[in-house]
Design a protein around this ligand. Structure first.
Ligand code: FES
Ligand code: MG
Length: 594
């Protein structure tokens, strides 16, 4: 399989505009002399060898990606061996657990920065080093916009975490231990040490959180070498694939193989199907929809339900399953999942990938080496594992990750024999996570086992970037009674490592005037999973009166901007359902040619 375009020749390389442009001898000389000041030779810069950028996402501030500082040495050796010249440069740091108010605020910032670098510097191709959650979508969004040959190198997950012989999964353990701490079963030092056990080595989260999901999405989209997404960070194969990635990107330049050849409608459909089979993060629809928009492919949450909901859960990996990244990799990783889906007619096999071969060729002969960890299609962990796209009079779109609905939750909320897919309850509304933490244990709220917890003011405008706070734990008193989860709903996001079946990413958000802003504690909500409907049981006259009062008060209140970027992003950001992209940015495509 090849692209339609003729092979690139040295004289047509993009970098020649900078390093060999007789019409502008002065600017050409200035480009050359300054790169020579640290030892580059004239030959490297002017002989027509592809100049390859390496977007370095690792730094001391980004521990999940920090080992890329070492890995890129192998990338550079691969680039050199294939005849290219590597130029490493920094990506704006995005580290999930530390960045305040949220790392999601920086996805679009890193995207913008990378677009400017790829557009404005003499690069013929780029290696995108990824890992922690938002580094992958930021890189892929920029690659789609600029459209120079681009390949993703994931840093891979950490090794498995252990507590004795029990697996400890990153993120997922935090949600469990917070309940134990709230219930008084453990103290704070034990809480800390239990959580630290989940991070035994370099690498990103070892669960199927947003990082593992998005790197698997990059592979399913065809943007990284087959089998590379989930090689654990410390494994020798990780350094080997770094070398091969460097080698390969140089050939991609000669083949003029660009993101637009790979990021097609069919590729995105493959990503959706693969995500469901992985039990992937509820952040994936946001990021994959965003990448699609930048690639000029229309994709929305209806596509996620239509193509993804019926797909069975094959990956037995936390939070939906029991194992972690190491077992998943050994069992065959993403290629084994795709091969199983392909054999069952759910994957477009004839799509192009970065190695110049089609996806079906890449997974030929690959199958699960451990059917306990990567299940067969006819023996899945969960039958219908994809997202439902819920609608109603409170929002136009909100997602529910059905692969994580636990048995006890089903029993308490979805077991009415006359209406097994629906439940109704009284809501308790919180405005942002501080409000939740301040009031959740207040007995006056009268939260019981049938209450629906609602979080608003947590979308990308209400909380710049959108907060991962919708998966709220019940009051400590209920946890002590054995009620470990309540239905949650909100206009924010939820961590990909959480096993909560929340209704999240509700768009439009309260802060932009969405009807969620009209909700009051004590209102009743009906959730119908068969009809994919959430209905607020309040009549229209009352809602209109609430709307007038809200408008008279100046609209839904949210905290002031703290930085210039928060203000810019809030002005331009689109709803979570639309990928949280910046208004107007997806109109820019193929900018490397301009
Ligand atoms: Fe970085 Fe999970 S916190 S990957
Ligand atoms: Mg997260």
């Amino acid at each position: 399989m090849t692209t339609q375009r003729p092979r690139m020749t040295s004289d047509r390389l993009r970098s020649r505009d900078w390093f060999d442009n007789p019409e502008h001898p002065g600017t050409t000389a200035l480009c050359i002399e300054r790169y020579m000041n640290y030892g580059m030779t004239l030959e490297e810069l002017t002989s027509g060898r592809p100049i390859i950028g390496i977007a370095q996402s690792g730094s001391d501030l980004t521990p999940c990606n920090r080992h890329h500082v070492e890995l890129v040495k192998r990338v550079k050796e691969g680039i050199r061996a294939a005849g290219g010249v590597p130029f490493e440069f920094p990506l704006h740091p995005i580290h999930e657990n530390v960045r305040r108010p949220t790392a999601a605020l920086d996805r679009n910032l890193a995207y913008l920065g990378l677009v400017e670098v790829l557009h404005g510097y003499p690069l013929d191709g780029v290696v995108l080093t990824t890992g922690c959650d938002k580094t992958t979508p930021a890189c892929l969004m920029a690659a789609a916009t600029v459209n120079i040959p681009a390949i993703v190198l994931s840093g891979g997950p950490m090794l498995n975490g252990w507590h004795g012989v029990e697996r400890v999964g990153s993120g997922t353990i935090v949600w469990e231990m917070r309940k134990r701490l709230a219930a008084g079963d453990i103290d704070y030092p034990e809480f800390l040490s239990r959580i630290a056990e989940s991070a035994p080595s370099v690498g990103h989260c070892n669960t199927m959180g947003t990082a593992s999901t998005m790197n698997s999405m990059a592979e399913a989209l065809g943007m990284s070498l087959p089998g590379s997404a989930m090689i654990p960070g410390p494994y020798k194969e990780r350094a080997m694939v770094a070398y091969q990635t460097g080698e390969r990107v140089v050939d991609m330049v000669w083949e003029d193989l660009r993101p637009s050849d790979i990021l097609t409608r069919e590729a995105f459909e493959n990503a959706i199907v693969t995500c469901s089979a992985l039990g992937g993060s509820s952040n994936a629809p946001i990021h994959v929809n965003a990448i699609a928009r930048h690639a000029g492919v229309a994709l929305d949450n209806d596509d996620w339900q239509r193509l993804g909901h019926a797909v069975p859960l094959l990956a037995n990996v936390m939070p939906a399953g029991a194992y972690l990244g190491e077992e998943f990799h050994r069992a065959g990783g993403v290629p084994a999942i795709i091969a199983e889906l392909l054999a069952n007619g759910l994957i477009h096999g004839d799509v192009m990938t970065v190695n110049g071969r089609c996806l079906a060729d890449n997974v030929a002969g690959r199958e699960s080496r451990d059917p306990e960890v990567i299940r067969r299609f006819d023996n899945p962990l969960v039958e219908k594992a994809g997202f439902l796209n819920l609608k109603g009079n409170l929002f136009d779109s909100a997602l529910m990750k059905t692969s994580v609905i636990a048995a006890d939750f089903r029993e308490r909320f979805l077991s009415d024999p006359d209406d097994p897919d629906a439940f109704e309850g009284k809501v308790v509304v919180f405005d942002g996570s501080e409000d939740y933490h301040a009031r959740i244990d207040d007995p006056e709220l009268d939260i019981d086992a049938t209450t629906i917890l609602v979080m608003r003011g947590a979308g990308p405008v209400g909380h710049p970037g959108g907060a991962e706070v919708v998966n709220m734990q019940p009051p400590a008193a209920l946890i002590r009674q054995g009620i470990e989860s309540l239905p949650c709903l909100g206009d924010g996001r939820q961590s990909g490592t959480s096993g909560s079946p929340s209704i999240l990413n509700a768009s439009p958000e309260a802060a932009t005037g969405g009807p969620l802003a009209l909700l009051e504690t004590g209102d009743r909500l009906r959730v119908d999973l068969r009809r994919c409907e959430v209905t607020l049981r309040v009549d229209d006259t009352e809602l209109a009166a609430r709307r007038s009062r809200l408008e008279a008060a100046g609209g839904y209140d949210y905290p002031a901007h703290q930085t210039p970027w928060q203000e810019i992003q809030r002005t331009l950001v689109e709803p979570l359902a639309d990928g949280m992209t910046l208004r107007g940015a997806p109109d820019y495509r193929d900018v490397a040619r301009q």
